[in-house]
Design a protein around this ligand. Structure first.
Ligand SMILES: Nc1ncnc2c1ncn2[C@@H]1O[C@H](COP(=O)(O)OP(=O)(O)OP(=O)(O)O)[C@@H](O)[C@H]1O
Length: 335
């Protein structure tokens, strides 16, 4: 059952800049995203596209001395960009949680697992110590830890990578938050464990009706997991839509290139498609034009907009720039 029909998180014209050598450079540019209650949104893009910056902006984890945020991010009616540190303390862990890529550095190496999960409940709930311990064991069992009592006594270094990530998920869901941001939660894990962790996140979303934003560079992991996908390139959302739209009718050349780069099991003899070039650094970000254009030089300049905007394709499918209308792969054209 839905807790509320209103969107959970709405960002409008959200921009984040970082100070480098006394100048501010934009890492997030005009990000407009909506996350509905109980929805699983994936944000996908190569390394350096701004995905973690988005997560850190929403979670209030940026260093205010070297970053600037403008625009709006409203979470459950609260404007996050104006929230003080004390305000964030009230909602982080309770309404808004984060799962990091590297649980070993996110967990405290000197504290037993039980104490780390207990902390968030001690801060946000009125449960007694005994009740909290019972909940720690229940949470550990729910995230697939076979011997919760034993794991509760252990330190992070005594656990495998997959178990540590399960513990992080137990911590993140301890107070049943409304939104969890998982930043590359499976990147450091092998493929089998990766699938288990994604299944677990999906289960958390369905059982607790929690919204999840999954941040990943791997479009391949998204198809089975997410409801909607936002593709990010060089600090901008270049395409967004349902999983079906993104996988069956991808429009932006960047989305199509990412899809083509996914290894296909039934296509083992074909060479893997590699997107040529790199994501521009913040200092080299072009002020105008399609930011992906330099990586598809065979597409005529006239196909791109000078100041690309989002185009509505219907049913919630959006794409930036008109170049998608004339996009083709150079290799296909030669064939
Ligand atoms: N504190 C910072 N100061 C300066 N530049 C930063 C800072 N944090 C991130 N950046 C730059 O902002 C851009 C976006 O980085 P971000 O980490 O958000 O990308 P990402 O898509 O999450 O990639 P990755 O998966 O590698 O973290 C990059 O060019 C990065 O170098």
């Amino acid at each position: 059952m839905k807790k509320t029909q209103a969107p959970l998180l709405v960002t409008k014209h959200l921009k984040t800049s970082f100070k480098i050598n006394d100048h501010y450079y934009q890492a997030l540019d005009d990000v407009n995203l909506t996350v509905n209650p109980g929805e699983f949104l994936a944000i996908v893009g190569e390394s350096g596209c701004g995905k973690s910056t988005f997560a850190n902006t929403i979670m209030g984890l940026l260093d205010e001395h070297d970053s600037k945020v403008s625009g709006s991010a409203v979470f459950e009616g609260q404007e996050l960009t104006k929230l003080t540190e004390t305000g964030y303390d009230e909602i982080r862990g309770l309404k808004l949680s984060m799962i990091f890529q590297d649980p070993l550095s996110a967990l405290n190496p000197l504290k037993r697992i039980a104490n780390q999960i207990d902390e968030v409940m001690a801060y946000h709930t009125d449960l007694s110590k005994t009740e909290r311990y019972q909940r720690v064991l229940k949470l550990l069992a729910e995230v697939g830890i076979h011997d919760p009592k034993r794991t509760a006594r252990q330190f992070p270094h005594q656990l495998s990578g997959g178990m540590r990530q399960r513990v992080m998920i137990a911590m993140a869901v301890a107070c049943k938050p409304d939104l969890i941001i998982a930043d590359e939660p499976t990147t450091a894990l092998d493929v089998t464990i990766q699938a288990q962790i994604l299944d677990l996140l999906r289960r958390v979303q369905q059982e607790n009706h929690t919204s999840i934003i999954l941040i990943t560079h791997d479009l391949g992991v998204v198809a089975e997991t997410a409801d909607r996908v936002a593709v990010m390139y060089a600090g901008q959302i270049v395409e967004s839509g349902s999983v079906q739209q993104i996988f069956k009718e991808p429009q932006h050349p960047y989305t199509r290139s990412l899809l083509r780069s996914i290894p296909q099991i039934d296509n083992a003899t074909d060479d893997l498609y590699v997107i040529q070039g790199n994501v521009p650094s913040l200092q080299k970000m072009p002020a105008t034009g399609d930011r992906f254009a330099p990586r598809i030089p065979w597409i005529p300049a006239s196909a791109h907009e000078d100041l690309p905007v989002m185009h509505d394709l219907g049913d919630g499918h959006q794409v930036r720039c008109t170049c998608y209308r004339q996009f083709y792969f150079k290799e296909d054209q030669r064939a």
